[in-house]
Design a protein around this ligand. Structure first.
Ligand code: AMP
Ligand code: MG
Length: 404
């Protein structure tokens, strides 16, 4: 099988990934979930015209000539606290003491802030003028009844949670989260509570994948480590298939003990492709057993990391009904010339920063499929296109922002 371009691989994958379904959750559980309905306001916010300041509601025309040297005297006839309405109607020559958030009384058309007044018994001296509507927040200026305030497909942030509370929603429909089995493979791979000897290494991929799944909104199921035998792989994949999606790492290359593909084949896997024209991450295998998608990610840690971000994260987002499946990509100015061989798209771990509205990007240290440290120090993936062999310092390049 030949290598297919990244875009084609993602297209083939997403064709086989389907929305899981809707569930209702309480607002307190909704952070990070994907909204499965439009949120339409059933009310105006604020409900009434109200004061933006602690001060005095009055008639702007009454104090048109007011200055500190020649203040205008007004009679204070009422006090309005937030949560209460004025009993009377404000007449010329009068003011009402008003607190932030309290409704503007009938008859008033401005609020003069307290700092621009002096108090004299039941009167105030207005020491400044005010425009009509000054310090008045209009009814519905935040939200109008009938307005869609958050759209279906959005991943909910803390401000979205606040917005739903503004319109009185205590329950919300969101996309169900996919369960995702994680199977690490390799005779050399150890659990964290074991003591490595000689060639043995810890299962970094398994834990990193669990975190990636969680950060994408999925529910990781850690299945430990399979030995490099068809028997153990088949046994553990049998368990893995109980989840909505299966992700394995390692064992998909061309080595003598790379038995993941052969094992899945024996279990009846329909193989959709193997090998993507990218670096790191070339030997990605994608297939299905029944309706369950299976991602055979390469074992090298950076390959596993990058492949997940390109293919598994968008898949989990699609399962949950997200409108945006991929990381945000920005154009950034490259700080030094970079080279590669044409023929594969390269993802470089990179540090992106922005100042004065412009992004700049620098590759983050040594690049290599085993150099996880560079990925750990990065906040972006620089995209070095398939056919390019050089990008010059100062050129604009595409960078995926990894902050989720
Ligand atoms: P493989 O694709 O199985 O040939 O693995 C490629 C490289 O990735 C080898 O050096 C493995 O030791 C390493 N590797 C595979 N699985 C893991 C894992 N779960 N954690 C860390 N490194 C791994
Ligand atoms: Mg291996």
């Amino acid at each position: 099988m030949s290598q297919i371009p990244v875009e084609e691989a993602l297209k083939k994958i997403l064709e086989k990934i389907h929305f899981k379904g809707v569930e209702k959750v309480s607002l307190g559980q909704a952070l990070g979930r994907v909204l499965a309905e439009d949120i339409v306001a059933g009310l105006n916010n604020p409900p009434l015209d109200n004061s933006a300041m602690d001060g005095y509601a009055l008639i702007a025309e009454d104090i048109a000539t007011a200055t500190p040297d020649s203040p205008v005297k007004l009679e204070v006839v009422e006090e309005i606290a937030a949560g209460y309405s004025a009993k009377g109607i404000l007449k010329p020559g009068q003011a009402m003491r008003i607190m932030t958030g309290a409704p503007i009384p009938e008859g008033a058309n401005a609020v003069l802030m307290q700092e621009d007044t002096d108090k004299e018994g039941n009167f105030i001296l207005a020491k400044d003028r005010a425009d009509v509507e000054e310090n008045i927040r209009k009814a519905g200026e935040d939200v109008q009844k009938g307005e869609t305030v958050i759209k279906k497909g959005v991943t909910l942030s803390p401000a979205h949670i606040g917005m739903m509370a503004v319109v009185g929603r205590s329950q919300v429909a969101v996309g169900q989260r996919p369960t995702v089995s994680i199977l690490s493979t390799g005779d050399e791979i150890l659990e964290l509570d074991q003591k490595p000897e000689g060639p043995q290494i810890y299962n970094s991929n398994g834990h990193m994948l669990a975190a990636q799944i969680r950060s994408a909104g999925g529910l990781p199921i850690y299945l430990g480590i399979a030995k490099d035998t068809e028997k153990d792989l088949m046994e553990k994949f049998e368990w893995a298939l109980k989840a909505d999606i299966v992700v394995s790492s390692g064992g998909v290359s061309v080595g003598d003990y790379d038995l993941v593909k052969a094992s899945l084949q024996k279990m009846g896997q329909e193989m959709l492709f193997w090998k993507v024209a990218m670096k790191p991450g070339k030997p990605l295998a994608f297939g299905r057993i029944g309706d369950t998608p299976i991602f055979g990610l390469p074992g090298n840690p950076v390959s596993s990391f990058v492949s997940f971000e390109q293919f598994v994260r968008p898949s989990l987002k699609k399962v949950m009904g997200a409108a945006d499946l991929r990381h945000q990509t920005v154009q950034a100015k490259l700080t030094r010339t970079i080279h590669k061989k044409p023929g594969r798209l390269h993802f470089l771990s990179a540090i992106v920063s922005s100042s004065n509205g412009e992004y700049t990007v620098t590759p983050a240290g040594e690049q290599g499929s085993g150099i996880l440290k560079s990925a750990a120090n990065a906040n972006g993936l620089l995209i070095f296109p398939l056919e390019e062999s050089e990008i010059k310092e100062g050129a604009q390049v595409a960078v995926q922002l990894l902050d989720t």
